[in-house]
Ligand binder design. Structure first.
Ligand code: HEM
Length: 130
């Protein structure tokens, strides 16, 4: 359940952000590179997606733990995924970037270099809080 503090009330009329309003939510945490069953302990961007089942309809939210994104132009998304994901003919490497296609892409896109620098920081392997 999501309970609103009401801090967004001045910014929006969305009913579920009114103070003390509770909303049923579905939440999923994910990594970017790893396929189903890959390790959760790898160095990668962490994402989360939330479905808010509000009285006014479902509100979907996705977010990452890195404040910049690999690309700034959506048309590059398929190229990013092809570069980062495992080689289709052998499904390796899994959940990590140890292959030429990824570094080739990063070397050619400054926005991907910025994202990768963040991934190489402690954000890349979030430490479990107590
Ligand atoms: C051009 C930009 C982007 C494109 C084209 C894109 C596309 C996609 C696609 C195709 C999926 C898989 C959806 C599925 O399997 O159902 C996905 C998942 C996801 N994306 Fe993006 N994405 C983009 C940018 C972003 C950004 C900027 C963020 C966060 C700040 C983000 C966070 C996520 C998360 C958390 C998931 C997993 C969602 C889930 O668990 O269902 N994406 N994205």
């Amino acid at each position: 359940m999501f309970e609103s503090y009401g801090t967004g009330e001045k910014l929006t009329q969305a009913g579920f952000l009114a103070e003390k309003t509770t909303t049923l939510v579905f939440l999923r945490f994910s990594t970017v590179l790893g396929n189903r069953g890959s390790a959760d302990t790898v160095r990668d961007t962490r994402g989360f997606s939330v479905k808010f089942y509000t009285d006014e309809g479902t509100f979907d939210l996705v977010a990452n733990n890195i404040p910049v994104f690999f690309i700034q132009d959506g048309i590059k998304f398929p190229d990013l995924i092809h570069a980062a994901k495992p080689h289709p003919d052998r499904e390796i490497p899994q959940a990590q970037s140890a292959h030429d296609t990824f570094w080739d892409f990063v070397s050619l896109h400054t926005e991907a270099q910025h994202h990768t620098l963040w991934n190489m920081s402690d954000r890349g392997i979030p430490a479990p809080t107590a």
